[in-house]
Design a protein around this ligand. Structure first.
Ligand code: ATP
Length: 301
């Protein structure tokens, strides 16, 4: 496996905030690597350092096997970036915008092909000011690809999109991987990391707190199932189950390695307290449960 990017001991402070607090990782050619963490965890700062938009306070960066002190044009020709908040020329068409950005690089992707990959062919002659949120995100990814980069940085590409537009973008990201691109994806949606990522690094308060494939991370919990339910009254669930949690909407979750035993205790408790159990679901643990287990907080908070 060829290492296209390696980071060792990266640090960045903003006054007293340790935004990135000594993180290290490697990214391999052709994989989708995801940095997953809540708002403010340090994802954008990490990505912007690797894109050459911010300078780190400490740490080493290696691109394509070579240590780099500065992310200069030699590297920028080989990487593409979709920033969280992109700005375009509102009064130029989609195609004209793409041609403008393509003009900034010596390596070029075919603009018509890009429109095709991103599903923007029929918007080619549309002014950017008339695009929907999902179409703007796709245009931002098209712009990230104008120089036919080897590594593509996607910073929370589906934030703010409706579920259908999110799925469309996920399909596009899979297509980019199939084209051989290496993808660095930041997200705070665990479903996004679960759907797309070959490897997930979970970041919190500027530190990597866990890493691996989704299966490795979930298996590291050592729990088989999560039992979820609502109650129409009260009973002391938390007293009986150490790995339980009550959400703001009143729903309970119990992480367990013995779902049958858990269920029988829950039903026995409900009977004793005269409470009814509603909307019972037994599911496999997910990355949200991993984050909760490691931090005591929810990714969703
Ligand atoms: P989000 O999902 O909200 O973008 P993030 O994981 O990308 O979050 P960063 O944007 O990297 O996190 O921010 C990490 C921390 O650094 C946060 O506490 C944030 O408030 C702080 N921070 C980010 N940029 C600056 C800045 N320019 N000046 C001061 N503090 C900043």
């Amino acid at each position: 496996m060829e290492e296209v990017l390696k980071v060792v001991g990266l640090k960045k402070c903003y006054e007293e905030v340790k935004a990135v607090d000594g993180i290290s990782f490697s990214i391999y050619r052709g994989e989708i690597f995801s940095l997953l963490g809540p708002n403010g965890a340090g994802k954008t700062t990490t990505m912007e350092i690797l894109e050459g938009l911010r300078r780190p306070d400490a740490g080493e960066i290696y691109y394509f096997g070579e240590r780099v002190q500065k992310i200069d044009m030699r590297i920028k020709e080989r990487i593409g970036m979709q920033l969280q908040d992109s700005r375009f020329f509102d009064y130029l068409t989609v195609k004209e915008n793409l041609e403008f950005f393509a003009g900034l690089y010596s390596r070029k992707n075919d603009v018509t092909r890009l429109l095709d990959i991103l599903g923007l062919q029929d918007k080619s002659k549309t002014l950017v000011k008339h695009l929907s949120g999902g179409q703007l995100k796709r245009l931002a990814i098209a712009v990230a690809l104008v120089n036919d980069p080897e590594v593509v940085f996607l910073d929370e590409p589906t934030t703010g999109l409706d579920p259908q537009a999110r799925r469309t973008l996920w399909n596009i990201i899979v297509k980019l991987k199939e084209m051989g691109k290496t993808i660095f994806l930041t997200t705070h949606y665990m479903e996004e990391a679960e759907q797309l990522a070959d490897r997930v690094f979970i970041i919190d308060h500027g530190r990597i707190i866990a890493s691996g494939t989704v299966n490795e991370l979930v298996n590291s919990l050592g729990m088989e199932s999560v039992v979820e339910f609502d109650l129409d009254g009260t009973m002391p669930v938390e007293e009986y189950f150490k790995d339980s949690r009550k959400f703001e909407d009143g729903r309970y979750e119990i992480t367990t390695h013995d779902p049958e035993k858990t269920l029988s205790i829950v039903y026995e408790l409900a009977r004793k307290h005269g409470v009814k159990i509603r909307n019972l679901v037994i599911r496999r643990p997910n990355l949200e449960d991993v984050f909760l287990h490691l931090t005591g907080r929810s990714l969703r908070d």
